[in-house]
Ligand binder design. Structure first.
Ligand code: AMP
Ligand code: ZN
Length: 490
């Protein structure tokens, strides 16, 4: 396997050559959704980015175990240690059992992932399915003296941990600075230190989602589930851990602390973080109220949307920005992506009908190398897409007899375009066709039939007029030996 991949590691803040712990094998863990409501497009951006990363690792020939969890317990409002449980609150609102909420939104999440053509992970563990593992891990952390129990709740002792390890390593922050930025403890607080966080939380009397533990009835804190499940399926140290940037400072920082405190080993070699999807510069989130649901995006039924956009146009829109840059949503950008996606798909069709020549002055191998270089440079999809548009330009100019291509180069181009467009970028030919599209196809079939009849009668003036009139409304038609092809010029 020819591996020249470089990954930006949040831990070291540099691009590093990717060397998996075991040659040829990759362990990948991505924090999954909290299934108490529908995923918004921001969440989707993170999952689509990691789907791309997974796909490119597969493309390079790695054997991967991809684990993405489902958070179905232990996530309190505002990501805090006290307050309402997200599942129980939603269950009260919708008058359902908490596990009905979990089931409903897990199904919805899977539907959305399928719509965006995201590949499923190899293992999708749930927090509720791994309560024993979480309890065992907490017991070990207490035994190693990095956690303490107060009245049925177990807290992680951050200051004690920081004496041996570095708590702020993932964000490159000093403990004193972090403490200074956290609210002071009140007399009612059970915690010893301001930064301490809960590993296990005592259940309130009304709490439905509760489990027995050595510390009484309760439920796990949000962070411990990912430490327990990632080490169970990928080992105490594994290759890549990912999630959105908003998880870096707390959730992932705490994951590192828990795993180190339990196993005395750094859990992850490469930490990867995706940047946020924003709307008018504001991060898309459930609480900000600016989160379109994918369903709304597909139908266009949202005040901020001028029209509906297909899942592949949206996926292409996301791929046009690097995963570590912010991506701002706008109707204009999506409409441009829609056209770009259509142009790429149209070039694939044209590629199938190219006529080879004996000679050529094109250097397709060089473009192939550029595509690989782009992806090897920390998954640089904007550059990859620019290379694919170069290919589309070549295809069109060969088709217009402005350039020549050999049969060998056609084969390389096909492999390259199909590999990068379908396998790596995860795009597919859109099965979905809007009604107006279907009507247009039907009308064009009728027009081309009429034009054929006119041509058979050798009325070339009328057939040329038809072609020119169509061209005025951006529909171009091309006569080949066998048939007539039409397309909408973008
Ligand atoms: P949650 O369901 O809130 O736990 O979030 C699931 C994933 O979506 C996490 O990896 C978050 O970091 C990510 N996420 C949340 N909001 C956004 C956003 N606006 N843009 C990109 N990713 C996000
Ligand atoms: Zn997580």
């Amino acid at each position: 396997m020819d591996n020249n991949l470089f990954i930006f590691n949040t831990l070291t803040r540099t691009k590093e050559k990717f060397e998996p712990i075991s040659k040829g094998l990759v362990g990948l863990y991505v924090c999954g959704p909290t299934v108490y409501s529908d995923v918004h497009l921001g969440n989707c951006r993170t999952f689509i980015s990691f789907d791309l990363i997974y796909r490119y690792l597969l493309y390079l020939g790695f054997k991967i175990r991809y684990v993405r969890n489902i958070t179905d317990a232990g996530h309190l409002e505002g990501d805090r240690d006290e307050g309402d449980d997200k599942f129980e609150k939603k269950a009260r609102l919708e008058q359902l059992e908490p596990m009905e909420i979990v089931q409903k939104y897990t199904i919805g999440f899977h539907d959305v992932m399928r719509a965006f053509n995201n590949m499923p992970p190899n293992i999708e563990p749930t927090a509720t399915g791994h309560i024993c593992e979480q309890i065992e891990m907490i017991k070990q952390i207490i035994e190693n003296k990095f956690a303490y129990e107060v009245n049925g709740t177990v807290y992680f002792d951050v200051e004690k941990y920081n004496k041996e390890f570095s708590y702020g390593m993932l964000t490159n922050r000093l403990l004193d600075d972090l403490i200074a930025n956290t609210r002071e403890l009140s007399g009612q607080d059970e915690k010893r230190g301001r930064l301490d966080f809960a590993l296990w939380i005592k259940a309130k009397p009304e709490q439905i989602m509760r489990w027995p533990s050595p510390w009484g009835w309760g439920f796990p804190g949000w962070h411990i589930e990912c430490s327990a499940m990632s080490s169970k399926y990928l080992g105490d140290t594994f290759d890549i851990h990912g999630g959105g940037m908003d998880l870096q400072a707390t959730h992932h920082t705490n994951e590192i602390a828990q795993s180190q405190a339990c196993n005395h080993k750094a859990p992850v070699k490469y930490w990867m973080h995706t940047n946020m999807l924003t709307v008018n510069g504001v991060r898309m989130s459930k609480t900000a109220g600016n989160g379109f649901l994918p369903g709304e995006l597909f139908t266009g039924e949202h005040p901020l949307l001028e029209k509906g956009y297909s899942p592949m146009a949206v996926r292409f829109f996301m791929m046009q920005t690097h995963y570590r840059s912010t991506l701002d949503f706008s109707n204009e950008a999506l409409q441009a992506s829609e056209k770009g996606y259509a142009r790429l798909m149209a070039s694939l069709k044209t590629l199938d009908s190219l006529k080879p020549s004996d000679t050529s002055n094109l250097n397709i191998k060089e473009i192939e190398k550029k595509c690989m270089d782009a992806m090897n440079d920390d998954f640089n999809t904007p550059i990859l897409i620019a290379c694919l548009f170069d290919c589309a330009r070549i295809i069109n100019s060969v088709n217009d007899n402005k350039e020549k291509i050999t049969i060998e180069d056609i084969a390389i181009l096909k492999k390259l375009m199909h590999g990068f467009i379908f396998d790596v970028l995860g795009l597919k030919q859109e099965a979905f066709e809007s009604n107006s599209n279907k009507v247009l196809h039907g009308v064009m079939e009728i027009i081309l039939d009429i034009r054929n009849e006119i041509k058979l009668k050798k009325d070339f003036i009328a057939s040329d007029k038809l072609r020119n009139d169509l061209s005025k409304i951006n529909i171009s038609i091309k006569d080949t030996k066998e048939t007539t092809i039409w397309s909408v010029e973008q």
